[in-house]
Design a protein around this ligand. Structure first.
Ligand SMILES: *[C@@H]1O[C@H](CO)[C@@H](O)[C@H](O)[C@H]1NC(C)=O
Ligand SMILES: *[C@@H]1O[C@H](CO)[C@@H](O)[C@H](O)[C@H]1NC(C)=O
Length: 603
């Protein structure tokens, strides 16, 4: 039961991850493969509605969500789009990241331009690009595809010579009806093929075509002995230099490829088995017992909450870890210490520029924040290559999960009272952050439904904000793009003057998400922005003050509609394009209480 729940959660979250970069909760998704496929979607026209269909993640385990794509264990393995009027120019390099690809077929379309670069796709077995408008020559690297079984290039506009294909796996090969020239290479693989594999080219020759190739041009007349020696010397030197240069280049390329391979292998491992990661790093770290120099370098865990049972780095590293979520800022683990204490550990990535001092200062500051609607920071740890933040763990579930997971039959709907309680908790938490970090440019900066932890007990739902206070730790705009405030209109417009109002915007979007049950950024499929949700609500509401926007799950609560729509109005103010027109959080709280008041009077 629990497992099924988790899976569907993953599914929804993957959708979110892809379409919003809103991240957090994903495990095995391969965004680089998706990006490669988007190149096809976005550079070719087709009679299929690829734009409508190729959205969200391509693969959920072995299941493909995208037409023409086959998946295996979250990876894309086949791309088959045959006879669907694909037309346009395919960028030569885009498939490299789909590392486990075994079959690619664009048969019977109208794609033009050079044949795609297939370098490094070592598992590729079938390349079916016949009946298109490809031009240029057959890339020499195709000879390197060690698993290639079928290569179909017939009926294109290819020219140049046939490279010396000789991989034993290659049993089906067709380059007929092109403009190829020159001799068919005399490799054992090509020798075995029939005439029809080569037929109808401009000027091919070879045994298979019953057409002898012209003899090599006659050798130049002999050169007098002395001259010949000189010349030979010359040739020798040139050959030597050339081969030295080639060797250098070769070594450079090899070492480059090797480093790429190494890096990508690391990546895969990281993606592969989640819990292992924490363990692997941890194992390395704990393998220095008794080495006082090393343990000095490793330093201590810093504790901000003196009441929490103290544990040391060693305890933490020995803890069993399980991935809770993967976000733009790093991976979050659920760590169970040997004592039974359970904590959430966030391993920050890409904060290498950060100095120890800056990190500790910010963490000590954040560690002092105590509020029932804010996830507490218990401890933190800094090492140049590792930065950990240890949070209290009250629940594994996020608001995103609660709102969007398992939509459809069998879902227990979330009533308005619960939704209202969640909105109020978020507002309180955010108002408190704005109060206690008032000097910060944007105190939370990463408010989104994935970063609201929802916990249920006998008294109902309680929500807490997490992932707050990172803006000062992220240097430069590029890094700030990882935060939820990057979806605010002022950020999108490149306005550097971010303020608390960017948080208010994110809060407004969460309110709309709770009221409508819709995922921001998925309404128009414009992934860069969340304002599609507010725009949509604004349009619907302006045309006719209407309940169309309400989530189906709360639509039946008719007597609450007024309250819902009043809150919608407040949410729209919070998401105003102009930051200065948005209310402050303290004002938002006051307004919410007033709405509540009216409701009680009416009841
Ligand atoms: C794409 O189309 C296929 C086949 O029609 C369908 O099964 C799949 O659900 C669609 N995917 C999305 C994301 O709409
Ligand atoms: C090669 O393709 C041509 C044109 O489609 C076809 O007539 C021929 O039978 C094919 N030959 C082989 C060996 O596949």
């Amino acid at each position: 039961m629990r497992l099924a729940f988790k899976k569907s959660f993953c599914y929804v979250v993957v959708v979110l991850f892809v379409s919003l970069n809103l991240v957090l909760c994903v495990e095995d998704f391969h965004p680089e493969e998706r990006d490669a496929l988007l190149v096809i979607r976005d550079s070719l026209n087709s009679s299929l509605d690829l734009h409508g269909n190729w959205t969200g993640p391509p693969c959920i385990e072995n299941l493909s969500r995208w037409i023409g794509v086959t998946c295996s264990n979250w990876h894309v393995v086949h791309i088959v789009l045959e006879g669907v009027n694909l037309s346009g120019f395919l960028p030569p390099t885009f498939l490299q990241n789909i590392t486990l690809l075994t079959q690619i077929s664009f048969r019977n379309n109208a794609i033009f331009g050079p044949l795609p670069n297939l370098t490094s796709l070592v598992f590729l077995e079938q390349v079916l690009l016949s009946f298109n408008r490809f031009s240029g020559s057959i890339p020499g690297e195709y000879v390197e595809l060690q698993s290639l079984e079928v290569l179909e290039l017939q009926q294109n506009y290819l020219d140049g010579k046939i490279p010396p294909f000789d991989q034993p796996s290659l049993t089906s090969f067709n380059v007929s009806y092109n403009h190829l020239v020159g001799p068919i290479p005399e490799t054992s693989v090509l020798q075995k093929l029939p005439k029809s594999s080569f037929d109808n080219n401009s000027d091919l020759c070879g045994k298979q075509l019953d057409k002898l190739c012209p003899a090599e041009p006659p050798a130049p007349p002999p050169i007098p002995a002395v001259e010949r020696n000189k010349k030979r010397l010359h040739v020798w030197i040139i050959a030597l230099i050339a081969s030295a240069a080639a060797l250098c280049l070769f070594l450079i390329i090899i070492s480059f490829l090797f480093s790429i391979r190494k890096a990508s292998r690391k990546e895969t491992r990281r993606d592969g088995s989640a819990g292992y990661v924490f363990g692997a790093w941890a194992r390395k770290m704990v393998s220095y017992p008794g080495n006082s120099e090393e343990s000095q370098r490793l330093g201590q865990l810093e504790f901000s909450n003196k009441n929490f049972p103290v544990f040391d780095l060693d305890d933490l590293l020995r803890a069993s870890a399980q991935v809770l979520g993967r976000g733009n800022l790093g991976v979050t683990y659920k760590a169970t210490l040997e004592t039974g204490t359970v904590v959430a550990v966030k391993r920050l990535s890409s904060m290498s520029e950060l100095s120890r001092k800056e990190f500790l200062r910010q963490m000590q500051l954040l560690g002092q924040i105590k509020h029932e609607n804010i996830v507490e920071i218990i401890s933190f740890y800094y090492l140049e290559e590792q930065k950990l933040i240890i949070y209290e763990l009250t629940s594994d579930g996020s608001l995103f999960e609660l709102l969007h997971e398992g939509r459809g039959a069998g879902r227990v709907s979330l009533d308005w009272t619960t939704r209202l309680a969640i909105i109020k908790d978020i507002a309180k938490g955010l108002a408190f952050l704005h109060h206690s970090l008032s000097s910060h440019k944007v105190p939370h900066a990463n408010l989104k439904s994935c970063n609201v932890i929802v916990h249920q007990d006998s008294q109902g739902y309680h929500s807490k904000l997490t992932d707050y206070g990172f803006l000062p730790l992220l240097k430069g705009k590029k890094n700030a793009e990882k935060l939820a405030i990057s979806k605010s209109p002022e950020f999108v417009k490149g306005n550097k003057k971010l303020s608390h109002k960017a948080d208010v915007y994110c809060f407004g979007i969460i309110m709309l998400e709770i009221i409508t049950g819709k995922v921001p950024g998925q309404i128009l499929g414009v992934e860069e922005t969340t304002s599609d949700l507010s725009d949509w609500v604004r349009t619907v509401v302006n045309n006719d003050w209407s309940t169309d926007i309400l989530d189906l799950e709360i639509l039946a609560e008719k007597e609450r509609h007024d309250g819902m729509l009043e809150l919608t109005e407040l949410a729209l103010e919070c998401t105003d394009m102009a930051p200065e027109k948005r209310p402050k959080m303290s004002e938002v709280l006051k307004r919410m209480e007033e709405i509540e008041q009216i409701k009680i009077e009416n009841d």
